[in-house]
Design a protein around this ligand. Structure first.
Ligand code: HEM
Length: 410
């Protein structure tokens, strides 16, 4: 596929979207910026259009969740039969104002800027602990031994959950299986059954933690979420549970991937790694922004038109869905000069990798701290690291873009 070929039909399951989605994204952006997919939704790929949809809360939102899913599963589909979709429909990520406004306000109150900034020394200590376990070996598999561990340890710390609790490893392993419901496609019966089971496990786990926090409050995020129950319009225990699952899941998968994706491109363009090593304290923050722009770990999100509307001259009817390709928007040459070059000195923080508008990522600040501290730490402690880029393969997941493994030697 090259940028001049039209797209017959966009298929999020196409294998080339896993190996290298960017030629398809370029073809969409240049030839078919409002692509009507064969399975019934608009695919939007230019930066200005993606941003416009995300920012426009009047015309775009979640819409009728059950009706949207009926487009994939048929008219007999019932949300209440599927705990995983029921959870997704109830969590604030999928809600429109005023419900979204109420819950998001309570979440950002609990996940306050002060609480997040206070995590930085802890993130440094976790980086230290993780690398100390393998630095003398001269080699490591960085996804399993570092990228996946750090964000889980950080989110567990923040929530006040014991990372060494044996239940945690199983819950973490189940997140990708549960979060498959975020994908805009019909899931197989097995995928759906597994997602349902995983969400029920997560609900049971967090319900039990909230019970404990009510009996014995602590200085942690779960206690702050539980405390909102006594506020006017506070979170019910059920709502707090849906939020905790979202923070727990979203808090590690995307962050682990951005660490892996960033390290991959820093080494693919080895002059960029050398630049970071020469001045880690100054360049780590902009390296994170470039990793986010260049290889976003959340490739797309979607909205439903709440009324008939128009995007840059393209009519969109009430009830139609729009897939906003963040990964394509971030490589739009109309917005970013030389967009396919990975350049950590670019300093472009206006990528769309954390979304935009009312659903802008609530964990963006935490993810930025984790990424910056990681890049600075690794460039300082293991400056001569070499990655086996041939062994790094992309996970078979269109929406959450990340590597299965990233072997390194030094
Ligand atoms: C590099 C890491 C991350 C990336 C790329 C990312 C990306 C995103 C994006 C694109 C959205 C908007 C989705 C939409 O508009 O439909 C979002 C929302 C969200 N993110 Fe993140 N995220 C990251 C890290 C985190 C972390 C660390 C947390 C939690 C601690 C988190 C929790 C959330 C939540 C709860 C929302 C929903 C906000 C709302 O609906 O108001 N994310 N994220």
């Amino acid at each position: 596929m090259n940028a001049h070929e039209p797209i017959a039909s966009f298929d999020p399951m196409a294998p080339e979207l896993i190996t290298d989605p960017y030629p398809t994204f370029a073809a969409l952006r240049e030839n078919d910026p409002f692509h009507w997919s064969g399975t019934g939704y608009w695919v939007v790929s230019r930066y200005d259009h993606v941003r416009e949809v995300l920012m426009n809360r009047k015309d775009f939102g979640t819409g009728d969740f059950e009706r949207n899913l009926s487009a994939f599963y048929g008219p007999g589909f019932r949300l209440t039969d599927h705990p995983a979709y029921r959870w997704l429909s109830e969590v604030f990520i999928s809600q429109d104002p005023p419900q979204h406004t109420r819950i998001r306000g309570l979440v950002t109150g609990a996940l306050s800027a002060r609480r997040v900034r206070a995590m930085e020394p802890r993130v440094r200590a976790i980086c230290q602990e993780l690398t100390a376990a393998f630095v003398a070996d001269g080699e490591a598999e960085l996804m399993a031994q570092f990228a996946y561990r750090l964000p889980v340890m950080v989110i567990c710390d923040l929530m006040g959950i014991d990372y060494h609790d044996p239940a945690i490893a199983d819950l973490v392993a189940g997140i990708p299986e549960a979060f498959v419901v975020f994908e805009a496609r019909k899931l197989s019966a097995q995928e759906l059954a597994l997602a349902d089971r995983r969400i029920l496990e997560l609900e049971a786990f967090f319900l039990a933690r909230f019970e404990e926090r009510r009996r014995c409050p602590r200085e942690d995020l779960l206690t702050s979420l539980a405390n909102t129950e006594s506020m006017p319009d506070g979170l019910s225990v059920h709502e707090a549970t849906t939020v905790a699952i979202a923070l727990f899941g979203a808090g590690f998968e995307t962050t682990a991937n951005i660490i892996g994706n960033g390290l991959y491109h820093l080494h693919r363009c080895s002059d960029q790694w050398q630049a970071l090593v020469a001045d880690p304290a100054r360049l780590a923050a902009s390296a994170v922004e470039e990793a986010l722009r260049y290889e976003s770990s959340l490739v797309a999100t979607y909205r439903t038109a709440l009324q008939d509307t128009v995007i840059d001259g393209q009519p969109v009817k009430s009830g139609q869905r729009v897939l906003t390709l963040i990964g394509a928007a971030n490589r739009d040459g109309r917005k970013f000069a030389d967009p396919d070059a990975f350049d950590i000195r670019r300093g472009a923080a206006d990528h769309l990798s954390f979304g935009g508008g009312i659903h802008f990522c609530v964990g963006a600040e935490l993810a930025r701290i984790e990424g910056r501290v990681t890049f600075e730490h690794l460039a300082t402690v293991i400056p001569h690291m070499q990655l086996n880029l041939q062994a790094a393969t992309w996970r078979d997941n269109f929406l959450f873009r990340g590597l299965t493994q990233l072997p390194a030697r030094w």
